[in-house]
Design a protein. Structure first.
Length: 403
């Protein structure tokens, strides 16, 4: 089987996902083109040789609709022979794009791919494309559907994480992200966003709140308590599925949940032969990929079975992994991951995560893969596992290994 290698990874800074965010004036196509062209320029990439551009995007309506991958290729001025494929696996879309590219290469379907994704949450609001499982009565009742925030609080209740636990995790994420940004740990991957006049709009992540502490978070009301406890409410639905939970403890709020932001990311994936042809040096090998389905009410536990599955498939144990990037959709998601594997927190999200930096849905998976790659090189480690929970009850994971 042909091996798949990562040759480069770039991303935009994350902009606040509101109208006053620095990237709000930038379209999804323009931001996609920004990272595509940065990848092309950094690697002197002949775009006519790219087999496909696989682009994750979750809310595919309006400017993000209509097969945004192909539109982004054309907007970027790439050779028209480079096609594009839009995919959606909710929060794991960016990682799934990379996994799909790697597996295409392994299967012999071309030897050079670009994969990544985009989400402009300030311009195309989350959920504006609809959500079948939430609005179709038959499916909602059949699956005991509840919103993600209720699922996160269910995880916290079922696995014993208190409000102090999730808040303390959030404070640490902020500290780590601020320290990493200050030390320049993101500089290799982040490419500034410029306007049509070449003026820089944003050059570093702007969502961070480094002054966050337990006191400031303690003043925030739980975000999902009202919708959960209203009669009839989603808490009752969740408890029907999990009767061992007598009452859901609502602990999540804006300060310990992932931030709404704008962003895009791109990863160059190719075979060894493609790299030699183009004079590129591989940075890492994609050792294994996986995806899995999970119970849809609790929904966000996917990183645990995905990790179990990918370790078994690759013949590895949790102790073989030097670094973990676990997407911080909600604090309880990462706490459950660390609990399940008795993982050392020092190895998990050492540069902070989506609570501090934000979660641009379609791009996040590719972003945290790039963060893991940079950290492996910076800390002289060998192997990283990247994983995300996914709406409707799924999980995805990737193991990369430095070469």
């Amino acid at each position: 089987m042909t091996e798949a290698y990562i040759y480069d990874a770039v991303r935009s800074p994350r902009g606040k996902g509101k109208k006053d965010g620095s990237l709000h004036e930038v379209t999804s196509l323009a931001l996609s083109a920004n990272v595509l062209n940065a990848l092309r320029e950094r690697n002197d990439l002949p775009t006519e040789q790219v087999e496909d551009v696989i682009w994750g995007c979750v809310t595919a309506v309006g400017e993000q609709g209509g097969e945004i991958a192909r539109s982004a290729v054309l907007y970027a001025g790439w050779d028209e022979r480079a096609p594009g494929l839009h995919i959606n696996r909710f929060c794991a879309s960016g990682l799934e794009a990379v996994n799909l590219a790697a597996n295409q290469i392994r299967g012999g379907a071309g030897d050079l791919y670009v994969a990544g994704g985009v989400e402009m949450m300030s311009r195309v609001p989350m959920g504006s494309d609809g959500f079948a499982i939430g609005v179709d009565p038959y499916l909602a009742m059949k699956t005991y559907f509840v919103p993600q925030g209720i699922s996160a609080d269910l995880i916290a209740t079922k696995y014993g994480f208190s409000r102090d636990d999730v808040d303390a995790y959030a404070v640490e994420s902020q500290k780590r992200a601020h320290a990493a940004q200050s030390a320049g740990h993101f500089d290799r991957s982040v490419v500034p966003v410029k306007d049509q006049n070449g003026i820089t709009i944003l050059e570093k992540d702007e969502f961070l709140r480094p002054d966050t502490d337990m006191q400031s978070l303690g003043g925030l009301n739980p975000s999902f308590k009202q919708m959960g406890e209203a009669m009839p409410g989603f808490d009752a639905v969740a408890i029907l599925k999990y009767p061992e939970v007598e009452r859901i403890n609502h602990v999540h709020h804006a300060g310990n949940s992932s931030g709404i932001v704008d962003g895009a990311a791109a990863v160059l994936v190719g075979s060894k032969e493609a790299g030699e042809r183009l004079g590129l040096k591989p940075r890492a090998r994609i050792r294994a990929t996986c995806k899995t389905g999970t119970e849809p009410t609790i929904m966000l536990t996917g990183p645990v079975p995905a990790t179990e599955k990918i370790l078994a498939a690759s013949g590895m144990s949790i102790g073989d992994i030097d670094l973990f990037e676990v997407n911080e959709a909600f604090a309880a998601v990462v706490l459950r991951f660390m609990q399940a594997f008795d993982a050392d927190h020092a190895k998990v999200n050492p540069n902070g995560g989506a609570i501090a930096l934000g979660h641009p849905l379609g791009a996040t998976g590719a972003m945290i893969l790039g963060t893991a790659l940079d950290e492996l090189e910076r800390s002289d480690k060998e192997t990283a596992l990247i994983t995300l929970c996914v709406a409707s009850g799924m999980g995805a994971a990737t193991i990369i290994e430095r070469v």
